[in-house]
Design a protein around this ligand. Structure first.
Ligand SMILES: [Zn+2]
Length: 220
């Protein structure tokens, strides 16, 4: 009986080791099963919503800043309704002269162009409009991934801030990696020259939990 029980436990041990080996390979090759795929998909939606929230907040702040820049006269400090005027504007943002479009002499500089500028009705000062620079969820996500890549490449330590932020939200490494498989994500990443060669899944797993380790693995 003792021998039989020994054989039985040995077989169990062999099976367990085989299963472990298979699971390790599955993780290496990122071959998700149905349950894991669902987890990553749900997590990916969470990532998108999180990025959307952050970009909305950033845009509100940016809007407030721009409104303030465009409605406060830099010369006399008056906060007033500013009148748009068409003026020649040089590349540096200086408003050249006080002539209106069409009546003054056009400067030879190729960097001079006409555009609407802010005009203060109190002191007459004119200054270039501060343009809106809005962000969106993909720009935010790409910034995160760029930060991670830069941190991994040991170029910028500030990348750690983005890593910490995403760690706090408990995103899976596979979720972040799946941005590389999303059509909009890939397009946004390409603009920053980031692809799978630049950042691998195993590198992401050094910072983020893996969905493969997030469950009691099913026994064979
Ligand atoms: Zn003024």
């Amino acid at each position: 009986m003792k021998i039989l029980s020994w054989i039985s436990s040995s077989i169990k041990e062999i099976k367990r080791k085989k299963h472990e080996k298979r699971e390790k390979k599955r993780k290496e090759k990122n071959l998700l099963n149905e349950a894991e795929r669902k987890k990553v998909q749900d997590d990916f939606q969470k990532l998108i919503i999180f990025a959307e929230d952050i970009s909305n907040q950033a845009n509100i702040k940016s809007r407030q800043y721009i409104d303030n820049e465009n409605t406060t006269c830099p010369h006399c400090g008056t906060k007033t309704i500013i009148v748009d005027k068409i003026r020649n504007v040089t590349g540096s943002g200086k408003v050249s002269g006080s002539f209106s479009f069409g009546t003054g002499s056009i400067s030879g500089s190729s960097s001079t162009k006409t555009e609407a500028v802010n005009h203060c009705n109190t002191c007459g000062d004119e200054w270039k409009k501060t343009k809106s620079e809005y962000t969106d969820k993909w720009k935010i996500i790409v910034k995160w991934i760029w930060h991670i890549a830069m941190y991994v490449e040991e170029k910028y330590s500030f990348g750690l801030d983005s890593i910490t932020l995403l760690q706090q939200k408990l995103f899976y490494a596979e979720t972040i990696y799946s941005v590389f498989d999303d059509a909009s994500g890939v397009q946004a990443l390409e603009r920053e020259n980031i692809n799978k060669e630049r950042l691998s899944l195993s590198q992401l797993r050094e910072f983020f939990p893996s969905v493969y380790d997030s469950q009691v693995s099913s026994q064979p």
